[in-house]
Write a protein that binds this ligand. Structure first.
Ligand code: SIN
Length: 523
């Protein structure tokens, strides 16, 4: 509620720009979000220290990094630039807490998580505001992320009570065989900037539920939401040391987590390159690893698709979070019979996306996270156009400046262009043409990535055939947004290992122990 009170000046500003009169409607926000920041401070949710062993701490050498609002470049606050020493202490405190946390009953852990969930929901508007300030996504989308992020805590609070083992029928009459599931131990959780809350709760929810403790490293671009969530975890009574947050020098923090024998599991969401390094680094101490890495999602529109559904679904799949999700449609493959009709309808819809500061009402596309992200988008577009792609819409930095980019549609795209081979992670939709179902499947699978894929068709047999043939971990049929806490999220090939969310997400934090009781003689 605080948000809406605070943003009334933004609202009146937006009212002066009626939506109907603008193409790529640009909303300039002149109002400084200082009032919002003050309110977050009052609530104790604007933290500017790391959390180690239940204490809020600065970096031991006093170094700091600034957290900037990508929509304005303004500094929101500074956080400590932590490294090896702080990470070692966080691991030690996590290791200490593991012994007592893992001994609680599942029901007891569940109550703490439930309380944490309730607090996140209670403060959902404040957390959403923090996400928009540090990450840039529109406030409405940020609120959606808070609900999505909280859902992992709620789900695993419930799932904690269902970590069942097995009894195996023995092969010898005097034996009894059991399988126990036990927490792996201390978890190092390395999270990205594109979902500052949800990618943390998706890891920490099952970790804590299963009895593990965690050292979390949020992105240096977006640490504030993680710190606010950690503050709420403390308020929920989650014991000191069970959840630690360190940030700053990413290579030092990563190496310290990897080298520690006490850290038994690394979970990471981010780029494929970093994921490979973490996987290699984890080999030395043989840690369990789960990796949620880059994608190159195909979105296949067949001639028999419902056009409105296909436009709506592919728009959502492509432009969610300004194209900055691992499951964003990276290539839109359109069958030749519907290509022109689809391209026109899609470009029309894209043209109506309102670009602006995420705090402004009506904004559908925020800024990109930083200048490097914009340069990547530019280089992909220039590679594509140099090889024959045509810009149907957009294709330039937005007049708002900073890291705002015009939502872009490219046609005449082929499989040789960089944009078809790698994740653009920005608001660019390349349209490729195909003839047959077989060709669509071949093009879709012609990548090392295998996270998400989307199909739009009215044919049920085709839905099954294509969903089965796609080499991807997630497939959306006639849907552009398919993520949910109750379903397994994760990729195949170089998109990662393991699954997050759902009952399968819990397994990533559990070891299986076989117990054989022998010599049970009949009396
Ligand atoms: C991601 O981009 O890594 C996560 C997206 C999602 O959970 O839907």
């Amino acid at each position: 509620m605080a948000i809406f009170r605070l943003s009334s000046s933004l609202r009146s500003f937006c009212n002066r720009f009626p939506s109907s009169c603008l193409r790529h409607r640009a909303v300039r926000v002149s109002t400084e979000p200082q009032a919002a920041i003050s309110r977050l401070k009052e609530l104790g949710l604007l933290k500017s220290q790391g959390l180690i062993g239940g204490k809020w701490l600065d970096a031991y050498d006093g170094k700091k990094i600034q957290v900037q609002n990508p929509a304005t470049s303004e500094v929101i606050t500074s956080v400590p630039c932590m490294g090896r020493r702080e990470t070692s202490d966080a691991i030690m405190s996590s290791f200490g807490a593991f012994h007592s946390w893992s001994k609680l009953t599942a029901g007891e852990r569940s109550k703490y998580l439930r309380k944490w969930y309730d607090l996140i929901i209670l403060h959902k508007e404040s957390l959403a505001l923090l996400i928009t300030l540090e990450q840039g996504k529109p406030l409405k989308e940020a609120l959606g992320e808070v609900i999505y992020g909280a859902s992992f805590i709620e789900f695993y609070a419930e799932e904690a009570k269902r970590i069942y083992g097995d009894i195996i029928p023995p092969t010898l009459g005097d034996r009894r065989l059991f399988v126990l599931k036990q927490p792996v131990g201390v978890v190092g959780a390395i999270a990205p900037w594109n979902f500052p809350l949800a990618m943390i709760t998706r890891k920490v929810g099952p970790a804590l539920a299963s009895g593990c403790t965690a050292v979390v490293k949020p992105s240096e671009f977006t640490p504030l939401t993680a710190l606010a969530a950690a503050e709420l975890a403390l308020q929920a009574g989650i014991p000191s040391g069970a959840l630690n947050v360190v940030m700053g020098n990413a290579p030092e923090i990563g190496d310290t987590l990897l080298e520690s024998d006490q850290v038994r599991k690394i979970t990471f969401t981010g780029s494929t390159n970093v994921g490979k390094k973490l996987m290699a680094g984890a080999a030395n101490t043989v840690k369990k690893v789960s990796l949620e890495l880059g994608g190159n999602a195909p979105c296949i529109i067949f001639d028999d698709a419902d056009l409105d559904l296909a436009v709506k679904g592919s728009l959502a799949a492509k432009f969610r979070n300004t194209g900055q999700t691992c499951v964003c449609a990276n290539r839109i493959l359109v069958q030749e019979g519907i290509y022109d009709k689809f391209a026109d309808a899609f470009a029309n819809a894209v043209e109506n996306l309102q670009v602006g500061n995420g705090l402004a009402e009506g904004t559908a596309q925020g800024p990109l996270i930083n200048e490097a992200a914009v340069q990547k988008v530019e280089s992909f577009i220039s590679d594509a156009t140099s090889k024959g792609a045509k810009i149907m819409l957009g294709g330039r930095r937005h007049s708002l400046g900073m890291t705002f980019y015009e939502p872009t549609v490219l046609t005449h795209v082929n499989g040789e262009m960089l944009i078809s081979r790698e994740e653009v992670f920005g608001p660019v939709a390349p349209l490729l043409k195909f003839r047959t179902e077989e060709e669509a499947i071949r093009l879709a699978n012609d990548t090392n990535a295998g996270l998400a894929a989307y199909i739009f068709t009215s044919s049920i047999p085709r839905s099954w055939r294509v969903a089965e043939a796609l080499e991807y971990g997630l497939v959306g049929v006639n849907e552009g947004i398919i993520s949910t806490e109750v379903a397994p999220f994760g990729g195949v090939k170089q998109s990662g290992l393991g699954r997050e969310g759902s009952k399968y997400g819990m397994d990533e934090y559990l070891e299986i122990k076989y117990v054989c009781m022998g010599n049970i003689k009949n009396e």
